[in-house]
Each structure stands twice: as C-alpha cells, then as structure tokens.
Design a protein around this ligand. Structure first.
Ligand code: FAD
Ligand code: A2P
Length: 283
C-alpha cells in the first residue's frame, strides 16, 4: 500500500502538468466572502514588486482562449506587507469576476508587477487633514493608505468616509478599521499615538444604519463637519483623495473645487486627487 502514501514520480509529473505555471503567477493564500457581491483575497507578492500605497496593478486569470484576462485592481494592502491583498466585486456576468469569485487558497492568479495610479501621497501638497472619500470597492486603495505609517506622519487628522447602499457592504472597511485600532502588529507599525488621528465615517443610503445619506449631501449640509467636529473644507489645510463610481467622483470633485481645492497629479501635486473605482455604465 506504499503507493497510496508516497506519490510516485509519475504522479508528480502528472500533477505538474495539470496545473501549468502561469506567466506572472502568484498563489492565493486566503479568501474571505462578505456578500454575494463582495470578497477579499490575499496572495503572494512578487519579490520584484515595489509600489506606493494607493496604486493599482493588473490582475486576472487565464481566459478560455488561452490568453490572460486582466483587470485593474487597487492593491488594498500597504507597501510594507509581505503579501498582497485585494478587495473585489463579483459581477455575475463579468468576464473576470464571474470566475475570480471562485478562487481558493492554493490557486494561482496572474499579476502584472507594474503599479500605477494617482491616489498617492506624492500627488498631494502637505496639509493638516487628509480626507479619503470612498464608495463601494473604492475603499480598496484607502485600505492600503490607512495601513501606511506615512499617512499619519504627513497629517494631523485622517478621515475615511465610506458610503454603500447596504450595511453588509461596509463590513470589509469596518473590520479593517477595527483591526487598525486593535491589532498589535498594526499598532506597532503605525504607532499607537498616530492612530488617535484616525476618524471613520461610514454611511448607507438604502438600508437603515447609524448614519444615513450620500456623503455629497452630508458635505453640502455641513453635517459631516459637525459630526466630526472639524471645520469645513479649506484649501490651506485640507487634502483629499476620491475613489468611487464616475458619478460619485464628479460630484465630490465639484464640491471640493467649490471649496477652493484643486486637482493634482503625480507630476503636479495639489490639494486633491481622483481615481475611478471601476469603469462603469456611465453616470
Ligand atoms: P467588467 O466587464 O470589467 O465590468 C462589468 C461591469 O460591472 C462594469 O461595466 C461596471 O458596471 C460593473 N463593475 C465593475 N467593477 C465594479 C466595481 N468594483 N464595483 C461596482 N461595479 C463594478 N474592482 C474591484 O473589485 N476592486 C478594485 O480594487 C478595483 N480597482 C480598480 C482600479 C481601477 C483604476 C479601475 C479602472 C478599475 C478597478 N476595478 C476594481 C474594476 C475592475 O477593473 C473590474 O472592472 C472588475 O473586477 C470587474 O471585472 P469583470 O471582468 O468581471 O467585469
Ligand atoms: P444611492 O443609493 O443614493 O445611489 P453604487 O452602488 O450605485 O455605485 O453606489 C454606491 C454608493 O454611492 C451608494 O450609497 C450611492 O447612493 C452612492 N452614490 C452613488 N452615486 C453617487 C453620487 N453621484 N454622489 C454621492 N453618492 C453617490
């Protein structure tokens, strides 16, 4: 019965043929599902990959036609992490995510190690308070920036707003904030005194929760600033990053510009930056 416990060389070769190495392959280490539309996963990090917290990369799976099927994904883990984390939508008929949602630990994904993006500290001028405005999976780049000590070193106050239709869609963000506040490793890395700077402001629009409403409305009415005990947006002190649907980005951008903040870029740092959380069906 020894053949049963010790695989023969033939079996190993067959196994290797069954899972051919992908180009730029990384191995999934952990998967967690939140709703039928949202999940997160972690994978190995290529040794060559250097990135700035907030950037995105192209990831995907091998398509049925034998060609890589890749999509843009914000890296949700901070730049110091040994592994990479991603926070993902599940689009029922989506070419990639209809398959990606079924990955499990041990599976391989494709990851092109060429990080890019505008949601980086380098694209902002120094300031007193940083605002991260997110809807849906737009939380992902901020999950990276919120775990980066640089965010707290550069600003006296760090505010993350996250708006979703329903309460369950806030779970990834809520658990991440909780881990930042309670996880010993994160406290050590970020600095316990730095964490006092963090303010989390979750809202829902279509299900009852402690704070309801679109963030745009809460900015316009001033409720956001009253709730947090901070002054209204001011170009001398406030910096912001926006990540959500196209309509969300346009509307928040208009409010920031109304307050006198100007859009920046890697090549020209200013008071705020914007990135699409996905390329959608229009406004
Ligand atoms: P697609 O054909 O790409 O999309 C089908 C439709 O689904 C879209 O037209 C849109 O209406 C909707 N959709 C796609 N993505 C989303 C989403 N995230 N939230 C709500 N609706 C969506 N997606 C993530 O899940 N996590 C990320 O961190 C992330 N980062 C991105 C960063 C950038 C810069 C860009 C441009 C996109 C990002 N996306 C992210 C979207 C991602 O690239 C894919 O669109 C998504 O994974 C769905 O792929 P798909 O092939 O299944 O469907
Ligand atoms: P609402 O429910 O009022 O549309 P979506 O799933 O459509 O991307 O929306 C995610 C969240 O972002 C929802 O809570 C939605 O509110 C909110 N939202 C969508 N568009 C805008 C916008 N233009 N301005 C502010 N909030 C928005």
């Amino acid at each position: 019965m020894t053949q049963m416990t010790e695989p023969s060389p033939v079996t190993e070769i067959q196994a290797a043929r069954a899972t051919p190495a992908l180009p730029d392959a990384q191995t999934v280490t952990e998967v967690q599902h939140y709703t039928d539309r949202l999940f997160r996963f972690r994978c190995t990090r290529p040794q060559s990959l250097r990135f700035r917290s907030g950037e995105f990369v192209m990831i995907g799976l091998m398509g049925d036609n034998g060609k890589p099927l890749l999509r843009a994904y914000s890296i949700a883990s901070p730049s110091w992490d040994d592994e990479l984390e991603f926070y993902s939508i599940k689009v029922p008929d989506g070419p990639l995510t209809s398959k990606l949602q079924h990955i499990a630990a041990g599976d391989q994904i494709i990851l092109r190690p060429k990080p890019v993006g505008t949601l980086v500290h380098d694209a902002l001028l120094p300031g007193k308070r940083i605002w991260f405005f997110a809807t849906g999976t737009g939380f992902a780049p901020f999950a990276s920036l919120l775990r980066d000590p640089e965010t707290y070193e550069k600003f006296d106050e760090v505010v993350i707003t996250h708006t979703c239709r329903e309460v369950a869609e806030l779970t990834y963000g809520a658990e991440l904030i909780e881990s930042i506040r309670t996880d010993e490793l994160l406290q050590e890395l970020i600095g316990a005194d730095h964490l006092a700077k963090l303010k989390y402001y979750p809202t829902t629009t279509r299900e009852q929760s402690p704070k309801m409403g679109r963030i745009t409305t809460l900015i316009e009415t001033g409720e956001l600033f009253e709730d947090l005990g901070v002054p209204p947006l001011d170009p001398d002190t406030d910096r912001a990053m926006i990540c959500g649907s196209l309509g969300f980005n346009i509307d928040v951008k208009a409010l920031l510009e109304q307050a006198g903040l100007r859009e920046g870029a890697n090549s020209e740092p200013r008071e705020f930056v914007v990135e699409k959380a996905f390329v959608g069906d229009g406004i």
